[in-house]
Write a protein that binds this ligand. Structure first.
Ligand code: SF4
Length: 362
């Protein structure tokens, strides 16, 4: 059967998909108790299709974690997947659902990494002050990593050039200036990712004594989630469970090719609502949160109300930050324009007016 899939890949000239089948088959030959996490999203649909095709004796245990804020279209899609492949997908309860986490720890803001650092700083009563790292380390001695993020720590590359760390606050333009001008008056946290996703997934690995954990991370999706991995497979000697990401190298085009070649149907979140990504409803980390909220309001009005109730403070703060960035960009542009004019003026003896006149034809 696998030969048929491989020929299809060769006929369609897609060797990323071809290689992923070969690799998936090889990895499955060495696994006795694999588990595969299903999210109901587009990448996960492809992962399931690949793994089901290479799992000839049905060893993979599939599971889905109910974070407590899920689209009904996703839940329906799970039923569809079970029927299509003749498998069962275990519905796993989170250690704490998202609404409880937000209530207990705080609301996610901007990205997982930013939320983590802001949460750490808030925990130490940080006053969002603009001081050098050495000063802040004395004042707040137990949160070095978060302070390094805040102070835009740089590092020297192998040639001795100073570079901004991938984990510096400067990666989010004007975020530091924004926070200093508008300190958050509510707790920020990324704990929902931990209690509603990460810990239950780890529990599934442990409870099933799994030796292989299969997930749908793609390098092209960007962000911290994909940045921590260098390849599609990570061997873990200590806890005995390797991790495998079958679509790690897939580009958007490969995804599209796969859908066409193997007739993959995604959930109504994509086909009917028109969402570009799924996952937790209204997660504030989404770059297109306003468009998403409009879609959620139209198609799942009760979930919309829940998302606004849970994440409202983060939505407001994010909107304020985006407006701040826009304003700063405009100011920056204006300043550059002025600098350019005065530089032209300096070239002609310091008089910008004469500089302008010199370009006017007589
Ligand atoms: S993806 Fe967003 S909403 Fe979902 S658990 Fe993580 S931070 Fe919370």
């Amino acid at each position: 059967m696998i030969d048929e899939y491989l020929s299809k890949c060769a006929d369609n000239n897609n060797y990323t998909i071809y290689t992923s089948f070969c690799k998936a088959r090889r990895i499955m030959l060495n696994s006795y108790s694999p588990v595969c996490s299903i999210s109901g999203g587009a990448d996960s649909d492809i992962v399931l299709d690949i793994m089901h095709k290479v799992d000839e004796d049905g060893r993979i245990k599939y599971f889905w974690i109910d974070t407590g804020l899920e689209y009904s279209a996703t839940k329906e899609h799970l039923d569809y997947l079970e029927q299509k492949y003749g498998i069962s997908i275990e519905r796993v309860k989170p250690d704490k659902p998202i609404p409880t986490c937000v209530k207990e720890y705080g609301v996610p803001f901007l990205s997982k990494f930013v939320s983590e650092q802001m949460m750490r700083l808030q925990k130490h009563g940080f006053q969002w002050e603009d001081e050098p790292l050495e000063v802040l380390l004395q004042k707040y001695p137990n949160c070095k990593v978060a302070l390094q993020w805040w102070c835009c720590e740089r590092y020297s590359d192998k040639d001795g050039f100073q570079k901004i760390s991938r984990f510096s606050i400067e990666r989010n333009r004007w975020l530091k200036e924004f926070i200093m001008a508008n300190p958050p008056d509510f707790p920020i946290s990324n704990k929902c990712c931990e209690y509603a996703k990460k810990i239950p997934a780890k529990r599934m690995v442990k409870d099933n004594d799994a030796d292989l954990d299969i997930t749908g991370i793609r390098k092209a999706e960007g962000g911290i989630r994909s940045a921590v991995y260098k390849t599609c497979f990570s061997e873990c000697k200590s806890k005995g469970c390797d991790t495998y990401r079958p679509v790690f190298w897939y580009t958007d085009k490969d995804k599209h090719d796969y859908e066409q070649m193997f007739d993959v149907t995604h959930s109504r979140c994509y086909t009917e609502y028109g969402l570009r990504r799924t996952g937790c409803v209204g997660c504030p980390f989404s770059k297109h949160i306003n468009e998403e909220l409009a879609v959620i309001e139209e198609h799942e009005p009760n979930l919309y109300k829940a998302a606004v109730h849970i994440f409202g403070k983060s939505y407001e703060y994010t909107a304020k930050y985006r407006a701040f960035v826009k304003e700063m960009k405009a100011k920056d542009k204006e300043e550059k324009k002025r600098d350019k004019l005065s530089a032209n003026g300096a070239d002609t003896g310091g008089d910008p007016v004469s500089a302008d006149r010199s370009t006017v034809p007589a």
